[in-house]
Ligand binder design. Structure first.
Ligand code: OXD
Ligand code: MN
Length: 594
């Protein structure tokens, strides 16, 4: 075994126990140095775990393919292991901790035999920031080490900052045989512990991301009076150079990474408006000394979906992948030793290997070359619009929270909640209609409160109460305002009515003006809506008529009455544990709808 990088007794004793269980041939501490990472890259290339891509086209970039049965997060095999089922709540899978530890120990036992154990000390958030938390991940995968080195801050500095503290998250990852039936992603919030077995796919094994920064951290936030949210963070700069920060939560397939890296439309850009990305997936939020809420992005990179990313949809994300990036399950283009995915451009390669590793001719094949959930792991500092505040240990002050979903007819383009508690209600009723992109019926409403359904590490009713309590701790004029957006409203011909992408800034513009008390609104049953004249249409590329805008802002009482019934049905799952403030909001909505 390498010389330990820390004397922290809790780290050393946990490692000793887990190493005895998994029984590796070698043990390597990850110190965060480029020399060590380079050696690991070379080893992974030699073993075939990674392919080195063209140094000329994609410097420092690699390609990885997962097992065919291991391509996405597995929600049905993800468990919250709290002492009682009640603490996990009706929206999580639950297993009793003793049962889970015993089951997982049986699977993990001797699973590193003949392999090397890598000990990754990492920080979620800039090292030393009051928002940040440390973790240690024990893994038998170089792919995990290299991805964690992009997605988090890794190495000696993390352990030096941790000192002898016990406030760190234990993470054990065992690849085992990638057996689907024995795949488990278990979180033990009371023990600050994560155990993930039988997967090598990022979302299941980069334990700093969903497992720690959302599931464990949401519970830590509940206990320590802060919030861990599935939210992007962006800064909107006006021509005077003032930047306002917005946190936004969307279910998957709603363009979250695109919004986080939005390019202002020409009419705005030419006047000096800019958008800065602080984060594209996760926000950790705390009250600052001035009584406002501040957010940091605990991650250090982007683990983005590749298909659909292109020079038009998200040039900033595309540029972020041009160096130091690991691609997973995309197409390998053989003529130039680079990568391709559906939606990158209209020129699929003729001479390529698909995500399964088979020869693939993109010009004749009916099959997709890249897996629909293929990914890039790119360093955040590559992003052309990364915020100057990205590393700010104090975070950025939040002006607004934005929730959103994909609703063809129901939700208007944008509305503002009446107040904080009503905003919590608005977040709790977030939902998306299923699209043809996923298997199953189209247009089915899937509830995904605050986009946290698969990520809340405790009872969602307690989580909502925590949101209400955070609001109560803020002076009303310092509390962020809360909004809901819907970029996906459709007309009677089933066509999207709003152009989306850069033009979404026009909606953010109204949101910021509302936060500053500078824009008008109409009061409706569901919240405050802009008047058509309040949304700036100047220079909009795809003409949006006033009538069309009016239609996008329409609130149909019949549809909303049916929605209220759907919400009541969803709330009934929580057996009377819904915070009273939310029940009152639902009641008030019903009364106003008549
Ligand atoms: C993600 C997700 O990968 O939300 O970010 O699924
Ligand atoms: Mn996400």
């Amino acid at each position: 075994m390498d010389k330990a990088l820390t004397k922290n007794p809790t780290v050393l004793s946990w490692l000793a126990e887990k190493l005895a269980l998994v029984n590796p041939d070698n043990v390597v501490w990850i110190d965060g140095s480029e020399t060590q990472l380079d050696a690991l890259r070379a080893e992974a290339v030699a073993s075939g775990e990674l392919a080195k891509l063209s140094e000329e086209k994609l410097p420092g970039c690699y390609l990885h393919r997962t097992a065919l049965n291991d391509v996405a997060r597995v929600e049905h095999r993800t468990f919250i292991c709290t002492p009682t089922k009640e603490e996990a709540g009706p929206t999580n899978n639950w297993m009793a901790p003793d049962e889970a530890y015993a089951l997982l120990a049986g699977i993990a036992k001797d699973s590193y035999r003949g392999r090397t154990a890598y000990i990754i000390p990492y920080s979620m958030g800039p090292v030393g920031s009051p928002f940040s938390k440390a973790g240690v991940e024990l893994t038998d995968s170089i792919y995990v080490v290299l991805n964690m080195s992009i997605m988090t801050r890794v190495g000696q500095a993390v352990l030096d900052t941790l000192g002898d503290s016990d406030d760190w998250v234990r993470g054990l990852h065992c690849r085992c045989g990638i057996v689907e039936e024995d795949r488990y992603i278990c979180q033990f919030p009371q023990d600050n512990t994560i155990i993930s077995v039988n997967s090598g796919y990022g979302g299941n094994v980069l334990l700093g991301k969903k497992c720690f920064a959302l599931r464990i951290a949401s519970y830590q936030g509940y206990k320590e009076e802060w919030l861990a949210e599935h939210m992007l963070i962006l800064g909107v700069e006006n021509p005077q150079g003032e930047v306002k920060y917005i946190c936004a939560a969307f279910p998957s397939a709603c363009g979250k990474t695109n919004l986080a890296m939005l390019i202002p439309p020409e009419a705005y850009r030419s006047k000096g408006h800019k958008v800065w990305c602080v984060g594209d997936d996760i926000a950790w939020i705390r009250k600052g000394p001035d009584g406002r809420l501040y957010a940091i992005n605990p991650e250090n990179g982007f683990f983005g979906v590749a298909p659909g990313t292109n020079a038009k949809s998200n040039p900033n994300a595309l540029e972020s992948t041009k160096k130091g990036t690991i691609f997973t399950n995309v197409v390998h283009t053989l003529d130039d030793n680079a990568v391709w995915w559906e939606g990158l451009d209209k020129n699929p390669p003729a001479n390529a290997t698909d995500w399964k590793g088979n020869p693939w001719n993109g010009q004749t094949s009916d099959e997709k070359g890249a897996h629909p959930n293929s990914r890039f792991t790119a360093p955040a500092r590559n992003c052309p619009c990364i915020s100057s505040e990205f590393e700010n240990p104090q975070g950025v002050p939040i002006s607004a929270f934005v929730f959103g979903g994909r609703r063809a007819k129901l939700a208007p383009l944008v509305y503002q909640a009446f107040d904080w508690n009503h905003g919590v209600f608005v977040g709790s009723i977030m939902a998306s209609e299923t699209t043809a992109a996923a298997a199953g019926a189209v247009g089915v409403v899937r509830r995904d409160p605050m986009a946290m359904l698969p990520f809340c590490g405790y009872n969602m009713a307690d989580y909502w109460q925590h949101w209400i309590d955070v609001g109560a701790s803020l002076e009303p004029e310092k509390a962020p305002k809360i909004f809901n957006v819907n970029w996906f409203r459709k007309d009677e011909n089933d066509q999207f009515m709003w152009p989306g992408f850069g033009d979404n800034l026009r909606v953010l513009d109204w949101i910021i003006a509302r936060c500053e008390g500078k824009a008008g609104a109409d009061e409706t049953a569901i919240g405050y809506l802009p008047k058509t004249g309040d949304i700036n249409r100047e220079g909009i590329e795809h003409e949006v008529s006033l009538d069309s805008l009016q239609a996008m802002l329409d609130v149909d009482p019949a549809l909303w009455r049916a929605e209220a019934d759907g919400i009541a049905e969803f709330y009934a799952k929580f057996e009377g544990n819904i915070p009273v403030e939310m029940r009152q909001s639902l009641e008030a909505l019903r009364v106003k709808l008549g």
